[in-house]
Design a binder for this molecule. Structure first.
Ligand SMILES: Cc1cc2nc3c(=O)[nH]c(=O)nc-3n(C[C@H](O)[C@H](O)[C@H](O)COP(=O)(O)OP(=O)(O)OC[C@H]3O[C@@H](n4cnc5c(N)ncnc54)[C@H](O)[C@@H]3O)c2cc1C
Length: 387
């Protein structure tokens, strides 16, 4: 067992840290308060290879491994979780599944523009009546000549208003209810109309849209993987995607801990630094321990994925633990800051708001527990929940 990062992994981690400090941290409070999607940031990330970290060089990516990608997400999210989710959805929910399930033609046509950051990706699974129960989705794709005509409405779609490429899930078999009759399609922005943008508790530098697809006629070559196999694509995508969301949660928790530790060493009450009070020391000790444990789970899951090992259970455990750690630790960070923690003067209230959603998207904590329980109990049914 080797707990050391490789030289390449350390370099890409340092690169992500540098760009986060230079290009994200100075602006993040403003993006948050103005609810602004920093469109101008993504070409800069792309130039450094960070929009396609784990995509092979022949497809326009940086050719690094999945753990490197996770390290990048952790560092970006440490600076701004909104940037973290935008890169995560783009990479592991759109680019990777096209690379994994696409034909040679689909790979060479759609992956390079995504990996080079020329197009941004959006993953369109969730609908008003199909959240955890993604298999209940109603967007339909009906055969029309040699292609499909697609109609439906999706909600909570990250980055949709900036996306050039959509991975969209629709029902191709109208007779079969549930997960079995679903297929996945690669759509362009032209096929999609953005109908709304959510006002959110946090993650304000990301955008979350509702969209409709109205009688969009797409050719056969837009079907990703086999007909009626879309749910498999969604499940495999989310198995990997959750490791990215776990890394996002880890980055938020780390940022909260860093801020709380520094503050505790500076703030004086009763003639002492508050770090000298055992109550504060224990909080920091618990934070450091839980963050360490979360990091080990996240990196292990990434290592399993990189090595072609089953990683569904490990990814679900990593996401469950890292997201709940982030939620707890960001609250503790506010507590360590006292009244100042409740104000916008310090970033810990933003970390607290941003952490919450990591327990919800790409499968809620309840759904992660279901995934883990079914895995450890040897139950294989996967018709539930997941986006
Ligand atoms: C900011 C943001 C960004 C998002 N981005 C995307 C995106 O890019 N693409 C996309 O497709 N989706 C996206 N989503 C949607 C997200 O994945 C869903 O919100 C999530 O899967 C939960 O679905 P739901 O909101 O419908 O909640 P529900 O499924 O209605 O769940 C409500 C509650 O019931 C619980 N519950 C449901 N079923 C069970 C069960 N079987 N057992 C126990 N408890 C259960 C849930 O855990 C939860 O507590 C995003 C959501 C948000 C908030």
């Amino acid at each position: 067992m080797d707990f050391q990062l490789t030289q390449d992994q350390r370099e890409i981690q340092a690169l992500a840290r540098e760009v986060a400090q230079a290009e994200i941290e100075p602006h993040v409070a403003e993006w948050d308060s103005e609810h602004r999607f920093p469109r101008e940031l993504y070409p800069k990330l792309a130039q450094l290879g960070l929009m396609g970290v784990c995509i092979p060089e022949e497809y326009g990516g940086a050719g690094a491994d999945f753990l490197s990608y996770v390290l990048v997400l952790e560092e970006l999210s440490r600076a701004d979780a909104g940037v973290g989710v935008t890169v995560a959805v783009h990479t592991s929910a759109v680019t990777l599944p096209i690379l994994t399930f696409g034909t040679d033609e689909q790979r060479s046509r759609f992956v390079p523009p995504l990996a080079r950051g020329e197009a941004m990706g959006a993953f369109a699974l969730t609908e008003a009546e199909a959240g955890s129960d993604a298999g209940a989705l109603r967007t339909r794709a009906d055969q029309d000549g040699d292609g499909w005509r697609i109609s439906g409405a999706k909600q909570f779609i990250s980055t949709a208003e900036h996306a050039g490429t959509f991975l969209l899930f629709a029902r191709t078999d109208q007779e079969t209810p549930g997960a079995a009759g679903i297929s996945s399609f690669i759509l362009d922005a032209d096929h999609v109309r953005v109908t709304g943008r959510e006002e959110k508790l946090g993650l304000n530098s990301s955008v979350t849209n509702s969209i409709v697809v109205e009688d969009a006629l797409v050719a056969r070559d837009r079907l990703l993987h086999d007909e009626n196999q879309g749910f498999r694509v969604a499940m495999a995508t989310l198995d990997a995607g959750r490791i990215g969301i776990a890394a996002q949660a880890l980055g938020i928790a780390q940022a909260a801990y860093d801020a709380a530790r520094s503050y505790a060493l500076e703030r004086r009450q009763f003639g002492k630094r508050i770090a000298e009070f055992q109550a504060i020391q224990w909080k920091l000790a618990d934070m450091a321990t839980e963050i360490d444990a979360a990091r080990l789970l996240v990196y292990r899951a990434a290592w399993l994925k990189e090595n072609g090992e089953p990683h569904g259970e490990a990814g679900a455990k990593a996401k469950l633990f890292a997201s709940e750690t982030a939620q707890r630790q960001t609250a503790e960070a506010i507590q360590i800051f006292g009244g100042y923690g409740f104000t916008k003067e310090f970033p810990v209230e933003r970390y607290f708001r941003d952490a919450k959603v990591t327990e919800i998207y790409e499968g809620t904590s309840e759904i992660q527990r279901l995934v883990i329980a079914r895995s450890i109990l040897g139950l294989t049914e996967r018709s539930f929940a997941v986006s």
